[in-house]
Design a protein around this ligand. Structure first.
Ligand code: ADP
Ligand code: ZN
Ligand code: ZN
Length: 746
């Protein structure tokens, strides 16, 4: 839209509001349109039903379909300039691609304070200094104004100056400040809060970059070939090969050009350690956006990114929506990680949006992983992405090979078989540390009656309840329902109730009994609930005394544990025969990540993987030839089976308190869709409806319908049609439904 047209006030403006409805809402612009004119992306407060809502202006219209007498007016214009264009563009793209309501999409991607209508301004404060004149002057010359003299004396003692709150805390007044300022004895500057701790003088780097190893230099050189254009790169480097050092040196080059770097990190990876690594390297402000921030801190970070004051922005999934004044590169670390996909509400994939955003900005995109997603590997194969490899660890010890240990026919203690226990013993005897990985928190996956075979099932879900010891109770991991532990079997009254299977608590207990001379640290969601508990444990472990770690995948990723030389995986089988087509890919990635914790520093490592299927061909391929070879084979299997990344999927989910309601609706829409597809000759299949993998969850029934096509545009057409049908259909408003484009799990 040409800028001049913004100055003409349109008769109607279309506003995106935070409702699930996939439409805009028309309003009259009202009286107080900003004097500079209106623009798309400005926030307005408008009446909606009986409430007031904050919405985003999307476009002007000459007329509205709403009858004139019903058309309401904007209550207030909240901005005199629009929210950033890159944010609005990405929000609109996201809403269109994921077929989500635009109003809700924009709302979800804004900091809370902006959603509430708070001003688009950084919090600022004044910092007061003595001037050169103020430093020299004889304080006695101010003896007629003793408070001014005291104020100047105070500021003379603080070479970095003092901020306003520090001055008012000592009862100095603005009148005293103004009086001294008028005499040129003091002056102030305005500083924004989010950059307060970042000194900006003295060059970009606070510590020298590491001299790169050969492959790191090659990777960096390749990245330098395309600093000014869209080019996706896949940095495939084994765990500990120095990917982060490549990111740091790429960011250095980008920031030196006056541009910004946006770094996305998995939820579990954005630790104080990671942040510290970036902050230690750079002297410029590094803004971190994560779930631990207050609303004010989040807005500060967003504004620092938007204004360009923060050259480096690091965040988890939702940080992809952060506006950037001068985008220079987007980096996605551990690009295969599942946390980049939001699994409810606005179901977007931050890595996929990173590609879209980098293309739009015309900047490089760097995806890093030791175990890239099959999606990204397929893009390398097709020539869309350039692959850069780091095959060597900085420590020189190659990542340990996986050794498969058969579980069948062997006795177990705490889920561990004798050869693994023996290996733990040797590791501790050598003065090293060992990590036992088990992907199940709690004491045991369930409680069973040895007499009649009864098992503790969740009354609300198609799932067993997990036995927890600390504190003792049964907990459903799907709906969080909690129950007292029964003393006797509810079916046969036998007291012979035993744990079935092994969880972290049980393994911890067994190891503590087997190795009383060393500490056993358990790391899972339960043990780390207390703030900083995780970091404290890791700190202790890094001191290097022999110890055992028992943990879930919280421990698998990113953490540098230099003294761990043995990793034992309690059970590798969960993903081997799961129904989900990505299960194998994900469990291979997890195994390699866990294995990567072993032998990262002075000593080589060993990785023992317990399995009931040591002859499984996929597991053997992974163990003997590594992730790359397995991934290649999995890609071939996906191609043959016409599954992603060779086919595009959308999953419609339906849920209701009564099973029939969801099923009936899913069946009706499937029937209608099939007819429509046939009439329009679209190459889209519609599979189902079928019950979801866990049909009953929290007493609600789930069914699903899968759409698939080799043509993305056709899949999108069909999805849009399906949504429209559901929105217009009476039952579509009674049953809860959602559509997941590019679902991660089926
Ligand atoms: P990744 O991100 O691939 O897991 P990191 O970047 O964390 O690997 O590097 C692993 C370890 O190797 C770190 O301790 C890092 O400081 C060190 N390292 C990385 N690159 C170099 C290098 N060029 N020279 C020396 N040490 C390096
Ligand atoms: Zn029983
Ligand atoms: Zn449950």
């Amino acid at each position: 839209m040409p800028a001049s047209s913004h100055h003409l006030s349109p008769s109607v403006i279309a506003v995106a509001l935070p409702t699930p409805l996939r439409r805009l809402f028309d309003y009259r612009p009202g009286q107080d349109i900003p004097t500079q004119g209106w623009q798309p992306g400005m926030r307005v407060r408008v009446p909606f039903g009986t409430r007031q809502m904050v919405g985003i202006v999307i476009e002007g219209r000459d007329t509205s379909e709403v009858p004139a007498q019903q058309l309401k007016s904007v209550s207030a214009w909240l901005d005199d300039r629009p929210l950033p264009e890159d944010w609005l563009w990405l929000g609109r793209f996201t809403a269109r691609y994921y077929q989500h309501a635009l109003g809700d999409t924009l709302h979800q991607t804004l900091p809370v304070l902006l959603r509430q209508g708070k001003p688009l301004e950084a919090r600022t404060r004044e910092r007061w200094h003595a001037t050169a004149q103020g430093l020299e002057i004889d304080l006695a010359s101010l003896d007629r104004a003793p408070r001014q003299a005291a104020l100047l004396a105070l500021l003379r003692q603080h070479s970095r100056g003092l901020v306003m709150p520090a001055l008012t805390a000592q009862d100095f007044t603005r009148a005293q400040l103004s009086a001294l300022a008028k005499k040129n004895l003091i002056r102030h500057e305005i500083e924004t809060l989010e950059t307060r701790s970042a000194p900006t003088r003295g060059g970009l780097l606070a510590e020298p970059a590491l001299p790169l190893q050969r492959q790191q230099s090659q990777a960096l050189a390749a990245l330098h070939e395309s600093l000014d254009a869209f080019q996706p790169y896949l940095l495939q480097g084994v765990t500990g090969s120095g990917k982060t050092e490549v990111y740091l040196q790429l960011i250095e080059a980008i920031v030196a050009k006056g541009r910004q770097a946006l770094v996305l990190i998995p939820e579990i990876g954005l630790t104080p350690q990671t942040l510290a690594r970036f902050r230690k390297r750079f002297r410029v402000p590094v803004v971190a956006l994560h779930s631990g921030l207050s609303d004010h801190e989040r807005l500060d970070g967003w504004l620092a990114a938007m204004s360009g004051r923060a050259p480096i922005v690091i965040g988890t999934r939702s940080a992809i929506f952060t506006p950037l004044a001068k985008p220079g590169v987007i980096i996605v670390d551990e690009e295969h990680d599942g946390s980049f996909k939001q699994q409810d509400g606005l179901r977007y994939h931050a890595r996929d949006l990173a590609v879209v955003r980098a293309r739009r900005h015309g900047i490089p995109l760097l995806l890093g992983s030791a175990t890239p997603s099959l999606e990204s590997l397929a893009k390398v194969e097709s020539g869309d992405y350039r692959r850069l490899r780091l095959d060597q660890r900085a420590s020189r010890h190659p990542p340990a090979k996986l050794e498969l240990v058969e579980l069948r026919g062997r006795s177990q203690q705490g889920g561990l078989v004798p050869p693994v226990i023996e290996a733990l013993r040797q590791t501790l005897a050598a003065g090293h540390q060992a990590l036992v990985f088990i992907n199940r928190r709690g004491f045991a996956p369930t409680l069973a009656c040895h007499q009649c075979g009864w098992m503790a099932e969740c009354p609300s879900c198609d799932a067993r309840m997990t036995w927890h010891r600390q504190p003792p109770r049964l907990i459903c991991h799907h709906c969080d329902r909690q129950q007292r532990l029964p003393d006797v079997c509810p079916t046969c009254a036998s007291a012979d109730l035993r744990p079935l299977g092994t969880g972290t608590e049980r393994t911890e207990e067994t190891l503590a009994a087997l190795f009383p001379e060393v500490p056993v640290h358990r790391i899972d969601r339960d043990s780390t609930r207390r703030k900083h508990a995780f970091e404290q444990t890791l700190e202790e472990v890094r001191r290097g005394e022999p110890c055992l770690l028992v943990g879930t995948q919280m421990l698998a990723k990113g953490h540098h544990l230099p003294h761990v030389t043995l990793v034992a995986v309690v059970n590798a089988d969960a993903g081997l025969y799961a129904s989900d087509f990505r299960a194998l890919e994900h469990s291979a990635q997890l195994l390699i990540q866990v294995a990567g914790r072993a032998g990262r520093a002075a000593h080589p490592g060993r990785v023992l993987v317990q399995t009931l299927h040591s002859d499984d061909p996929h597991l053997r391929l992974l163990a003997e030839q590594g992730y790359d070879v397995l991934a290649e084979q999995l890609l071939e299997e996906r191609r043959a089976a016409a599954l992603p990344p060779f086919r595009f999927l959308a999953l419609a989910r339906f849920e209701s308190a009564k099973a029939e309601a969801a099923t009936t609706l899913a069946e009706s829409v499937a029937l209608a869709l099939r007819q429509w597809l046939e009439q329009h000759d679209l190459a889209v299949d519609c599979l189902g409806p079928v019950p979801a993998p866990m049909e009953r969850r929290q007493n609600r029934y789930h069914v699903q319908l899968l759409l698939g096509s080799a043509r993305r545009s056709q899949l999108h057409e069909a999805s849009a049609w399906l949504i429209q049908w559901l929105e217009n259909h009476r039952d579509g408003r009674r049953v809860r439904w959602s559509l997941d484009i590019d679902p991660q799990t089926l």
